[in-house]
Design a protein around this ligand. Structure first.
Ligand code: ATP
Length: 895
């Protein structure tokens, strides 16, 4: 590739488009070949800003040692070695290494999952390769690629425009200027034109607000304008979830307390009991290390990334880990209608003329079979000038395409094409006969679309849109014989009632209108062009609810989640669909009413609203804000560019994977790959499940830690000396925390996850009930441990007492991990095998515990226990913990 650098074309804005393409070595008509693109990708590197160095396993492993407590342990090892306790030293070292490996494996896996998810959710770009338009990962774009951008696209790289149609680009990310820039392909600019004036260029990271464009890529990745000014833009750090922050804080507090207790027991032991200094020091250090829950915040990452993975398998791609947590607490889901609640497969079922005739259309979906009937009589465009014009609007005021039952573009427009075909019109022929001279594009705010076309009868203005708007803009209507009559206000009212009627049956209603035009319509303002229309009639379109949605709505309601429909459609259509899918009866508030309401008024009725209809994206953001201010955790769906603010504002912004624009996807926390409402509910369930899993792991680890500290502390003040030495404490952590705790992250959803109300905003994970639980459980475990200690110490020897206490604590913890598999409902034996990870951890833990008091007894310097003793301790610990838990659950002491 000629030019200053093989991966970049300098000053492309000074070149004519063809020259830019030539210098970049590409034919604009066909784009690069796949092979050439691959070659350039190798030379120039991927089109990404940050190099995003991937952490290897070794790095993750070494990071485990960047931890004060591990360093303390290593110091303890050296110390033990120094004072001649070689066995202890080796044991501690082995255990530390093992824990580091275990920690690293978990973290590494979580990171890989997140990375894979990131890849799945990566932005896409439309590019011409080998003469065909394909979607590729934006990271695979190379200099010389010919890209095609349209409304809602994020521009993937810097590019010189080859063609631009009505193209407006928001460049606020680069220039701070929020007014979209009108781009033009056919200008050549002086060399010193500043970026914000380079209207023949597209820049990476900006986005298309309107229109379409074709451009040749001049720079990618770090060579782009944004890449150059932002070389320092480091990868955004994974932000912590509120849960993580809470756990962080908690872990710090506990650490402080534990260190305090460890110091205290050291002082007491040394001053009052005159215990062995070396032993005391080692125990204190080990106590601090074993009991400090430094792994607590990491648990959320592990559990939530597993959840994110599960969600991805269920078609919900999470972009921020915090969203998993938020999903678990979602209390309001504000959802679009079209395509999310409905199948978005549209069929025109009826055509109503202004003078009250009704035509029925037969046939389903986008298949071309079927016809239009008045009673038993089939009609065609030839039957009446009115029907012919309705067909013309359907074909020409339309950007969709139909190809063997497959559609491209807006499904509603595709339905209109099918309708025109059923009227006996030849779509290709009509498109050839009429040339489009102007388009006034559809937007959710305008709720209408107009084209000016030139055909055999001269210029025609063809409009379609929301009936109230088209009727308002019409001054006359056409009768079936083709004559035009003035439209009085009384007739308008009657027509609107008729619309109400049709919409009330769940049909989407769209009005069609036309007007003879002239040259002035090419220059006049949009408003002028779209006035003095002649109403042709209304089409009634059916878009049935997705079959799985009523069940999903029922589940959401049962889970205490408010589902509210937010739609641009007519209130009556929206209400009918809302009723079909089983939303509880409630108010239908229109965008117009919304505008008149103050926030306070809106808040007062917010709970009763079933549907917000005829709303714009701006209203949507306000709705989200109001529900949030009411204390709700809000999920909202969106697909358009203008939905981005609402998506960002919501606790969980949900973008549509299929219909959604790149901008919406980028603003969202989660992407629905199948655009389906039921997937949101499934994700909520997964969120709640992972919430439970974090909770059970935290409760488990903390009560075990408290019991350990309490036992050691008791032993010190009682003058028993070292019950558990450093190695033993670490061993307990491996046996109990390492194995079964890791399995807890995989626990299935409890049967009642979707039957309880959502968590309230700001509600702590560890509140009073949880602290009570911790206190009670750690007391039981401590009492068990000490009882066995005393029993065996009295009967056999203190060394046997220590072994018995050691084993009792481990078995009590294992029993607790079993009980916690159901947080608040009684256990049944049936569930035991359902979580294989946990079961394996439990069995390995139980065996390791038994080994430690037999084979390894000498190493730990404790007495060796007989199989009968082991069985006895196993049974007693399990009975004690499990029966306590069963009683707690039955008493309704929920955690
Ligand atoms: P939802 O918000 O649930 O997706 P919607 O598709 O009706 O529903 P919008 O896309 O905001 O919402 O459309 C608003 C209204 O604009 C529609 O109800 C329809 O009357 C009109 N409309 C939609 N698409 C077009 C179009 N391509 N041309 C003309 N009018 C349209």
């Amino acid at each position: 590739m000629p030019g200053s650098s093989p991966c970049m074309l300098e000053k492309p804005h000074t070149l004519p488009p063809e020259e830019a393409a030539r210098r970049l070595g590409v034919n604009p008509a066909t784009g690069l070949s796949n092979e050439e693109a691959r070659r350039r990708l190798e030379i120039c590197g991927p089109n990404v800003l940050e190099t995003g160095k991937r952490k290897g396993f070794l790095e993750v492993f070494l990071e485990q040692f960047k931890n004060l407590f591990v360093l303390m342990l290593l110091a303890a090892t050296v110390f033990s070695f120094y004072v001649g306790e070689t066995v202890d030293a080796v044991l501690i070292l082995a255990i530390v290494l093992f824990m580091a490996i275990l920690g690293a494996v978990q973290e590494y896996r979580a990171e890989r999952i997140l990375e894979a998810l990131k890849k799945l959710a990566s932005p896409k770009a439309r590019v011409l390769r080998d003469g065909r338009i394909v979607m590729v990962d934006a990271s695979e774009i190379v200099p010389g690629d010919v890209i095609i951008v349209m409304e809602g696209d994020r521009v993937p790289a810097d590019a010189r425009l080859l063609e631009a149609k009505d193209l407006y680009v928001d460049e606020s990310t680069l220039t701070g200027e929020s007014v979209p820039v009108h781009k033009k392909a056919d200008t050549i600019l002086p060399e010193d034109t500043i970026v914000s004036d380079q209207i023949n260029m597209l820049f990476s990271s900006t986005y298309v607000v309107r229109g379409t464009g074709k451009a040749v890529v001049t720079a990618t990745g770090r060579n782009t304008y944004i890449g150059r000014i932002a070389r320092m833009v480091a990868e955004t750090r994974a932000e912590k979830t509120p849960f993580q922050v809470e756990l962080d804080r908690l872990a710090k507090r506990i650490a402080a307390i534990v260190v305090l207790i460890a110091t205290l027991s050291f002082i007491i032991g040394y001053v009052f009991q005159e215990a062995d200094l070396v032993d005391l020091l080692l125990t204190s250090i080990a106590l601090a290390v074993a009991a400090v829950p430094e792994g607590l915040p990491a648990i959320t990452v592990i559990v939530f990334s597993i959840a994110a993975w599960n969600m991805a398998r269920r078609n919900a791609l999470v972009r921020r880990l915090a969203a998993v947590e938020a999903l678990g607490s979602a209390s309001v889901i504000a959802t679009d209608k079209t395509g999310t609640l409905t199948v978005n497969e549209m069929t025109v079922r009826q055509f109503h003329t202004p003078d009250g005739r009704v035509y029925i259309t037969t046939g389903e979906g986008y298949r071309l079979e079927g016809g239009v009937f008045e009673g038993d009589k089939q009609v065609t465009a030839e039957s009446s000038p009115l029907l012919r014009l309705a067909g013309l609007v359907s074909i020409l005021n339309n950007n969709a395409e139909l190809e063997n039952g497959k559609i491209h573009g807006d499904p509603m427009e595709a339905a209109l094409l099918v309708f025109a075909h059923k009227l006996g019109m030849d779509l290709t022929q009509v498109k050839k006969e009429y040339r489009r001279l102007r388009e006034i594009a559809f937007s959710s705010e305008r709720k209408r679309m107009t084209v000016v076309v030139e055909g055999p009868e001269g210029l025609l203005v063809l409009s379609k849109g929301a009936p109230e708007i088209i009727i308002e803009r019409s001054t006359s209507y056409m009768t079936i014989d083709g004559s035009e009559k003035p439209l009085t206000d009384a007739e308008k009212t009657k027509l609107l009632e008729q619309v109400e009627n049709i919409a009330g049956k769940g049909f989407r209603v769209l009005a069609l209108a036309y007007r003879r035009g002239d040259k002035r319509d090419l220059e006049a303002s949009d408003d002028v062009v779209e006035s003095r229309l002649v109403l042709l009639g209304m089409v009634a379109i059916i878009d049935p609810p997705r079959p799985e949605v009523p069940e999903a709505v029922r589940r959401a309601l049962e889970a205490g989640i408010k589902v509210v429909m937010v739609t641009g459609d007519h209130p009556s259509t929206a209400r009918a669909i809302a009723e079909m899918i089983g939303l509880p009866r409630g108010r239908v508030v229109t965008g117009q009413e919304l505008e008149k309401m103050s926030d306070d008024e809106l808040k007062r009725i917010a709970d009763e609203v079933m549907v917000f209809a005829r709303v714009t994206p701006e209203h949507k953001a306000r709705i989200v804000r109001v529900y949030k201010e009411l204390g709700h955790i809000v999920a909202v769906t969106g697909d358009g560019v203008n939905d981005a603010p609402a998506l960002k504002l919501a606790d969980i912004g949900v973008a549509m994977g299929r219909r959604g624009t790149e901008v919406a996807k980028e603003a969202a926390d989660m992407i629905l790959l199948d655009d389906n409402f039921a997937t949101i509910v499934a994700a909520v369930e997964e969120g709640r499940r992972s919430f439970d899993n974090v909770k059970r792991t935290v409760l488990y680890l903390l009560s075990a830690n408290i019991a350990e500290v309490a036992t050691v502390f008791y032993a010190t003040i009682k003058g028993i000396g070292t019950i558990f030495n450093a190695a033993m404490l670490l061993w307990i952590n491996i046996v109990t925390d390492g194995f079964p705790a890791a399995g807890m992250a995989f626990e299935e959803a409890e049967p009642d996850v979707m039957k309880r109300p959502p968590r309230r905003r700001g509600q702590a994970i560890l509140g009073k009930p949880q602290f009570t639980y911790l206190l009670l459980l750690s007391t039981i475990e401590t009492v068990l441990t000490l009882s066995f200690y005393h029993l065996y110490a009295a009967e056999l020897s203190p060394a046997h007492g220590r072994a018995a206490g050691f084993l009792a604590l481990m078995y009590a913890e294992l029993a607790q991990s079993m009980a916690l598999r159901r947080l608040n409902t009684p256990l049944s034996l049936k569930i035991i095998p359902s979580n294989r990870q946990w079961l394996a951890g439990y069995i390995v833990g139980a065996i390791l515990a038994a080994i430690s008091v037999t084979v390894l007894a000498d190493l730990f310097r404790i007495g060796s226990l007989s199989p009968v003793d082991i069985a006895l301790i196993f049974i007693v610990s399990h009975v004690a913990v499990l029966s306590f838990e069963e009683v707690r659950k039955r008493l309704g002491l929920h955690v």
